[in-house]
Ligand binder design. Sequence first.
Ligand SMILES: Cc1cc2nc3c(=O)[nH]c(=O)nc-3n(C[C@H](O)[C@H](O)[C@H](O)COP(=O)(O)OP(=O)(O)OC[C@H]3O[C@@H](n4cnc5c(N)ncnc54)[C@H](O)[C@@H]3O)c2cc1C
Length: 375
Amino acid sequence: MENFDIVIIGAGVVGLAVACELSQSSVNKNILVLEKADSFGGETSSRNSEVIHGGMYYPSGTLKVSLCVKGRRLLYEICAKQNIPCRKTGKLIIAVEKEELPVLDGIRRQGELNGVEGLRMITGGELKKIEPNLNGIAALFSEETGIIDSHRLMEYFLQNARGKGAMVAYGSEATGITKSESGYKISVNNNNEALEIKSTIVINSAGLDSDTVAGSAGIDLKKNKYELHYCKGQYFRVTSGKAKLLNRLAYPVPKPKSAGLGVHATLDLGGGLRFGPDDKYLNNRIKDYSVDESKKREFYSSAVKFMPFIKEEDLSPDSAGIRPKLQGESGEFRDFVIQEESDKGLPGFINLIGIESPGLTASPAIAKYLKGLLR
Ligand SMILES: Cc1cc2nc3c(=O)[nH]c(=O)nc-3n(C[C@H](O)[C@H](O)[C@H](O)COP(=O)(O)OP(=O)(O)OC[C@H]3O[C@@H](n4cnc5c(N)ncnc54)[C@H](O)[C@@H]3O)c2cc1C
């Protein structure tokens, strides 16, 4: 049976960031990343908006805030040093009705409490000057928000981890975890062959399956409130060359208690423009990434409120992602779970559960936080 110091389950952006961070230390040299798919980042990490978030929406004192703000600063540094494509586009949250103004001001105040730099309210007139094609009576401008090539970021984490000796096993699904005297035995389905490995430390970064993996180590998911809900987000692409009519990311004012930030306009680094994601809780755990074309009208109606130049026929179904949410439908806010499980009799077992947005932004900060937990 092969022995490792650290096994990380899941090669999404978070698992790879963790592998990259931990492999830099001289202590834990023997690191293995298990990934059930044939390559890295094929699930949520390549099915998102690729936005580097500011950090103004989440309640103060949460991991979502601290890791988003730190992660954003780290990402811009990493991108500059490693030539990873990114652009500080800035973002506008746009009010189109008077009733939205107090909500918008609430986001500004929350952002300031959260230590988000470069936030300011602008009038409808100022909005017209900087984005002549948008409609709105006021907006909150976030200077620090941007976009990133998430694939290149994952490649960087992976190469850097491998460069320091970490290994990645593709086609390798962790199917069971048992506590042993000096660590853990992990059952692995390696391309339909069953094998067992041992590790002193196990890090569960399995995204949409992270609750299942925690359960396979004997953790009571219900009692610990670790059960995930799948919440799908679909995108429509603007195919009519109108992307150049927008210079910044443009978001509506979110509705209270909604699962997402509202259907927004995101630019990508290739010069494209997408609307989305919407939010729909799924009743089952099927990873269905199809886009429902009949939603086109709804997307158009949301978009046209602040982007009057959009026509319904400009939109085509694009892609979808699924949020691994701890918060149930119309439930209360839930923070990321990043937990060392000694109190459950599992020392050296670390769960990362509910790493939904802003998980991409937070990824390098999550890795540093986790390193702190291991100390
Ligand atoms: C629609 C949408 C939009 C988003 N937009 C943004 C955004 O703009 N900005 C932002 O910061 N965040 C955004 N996010 C959130 C962000 O994408 C996620 O937080 C991040 O990608 C999570 O990465 P991860 O590594 O935890 O999970 P994943 O990318 O899901 O990786 C988990 C990996 O684990 C593997 N795995 C699962 N089970 C096992 C097992 N038993 N054995 C081995 N391998 C296993 C999977 O195959 C997968 O590759 C968005 C998310 C969604 C859904």
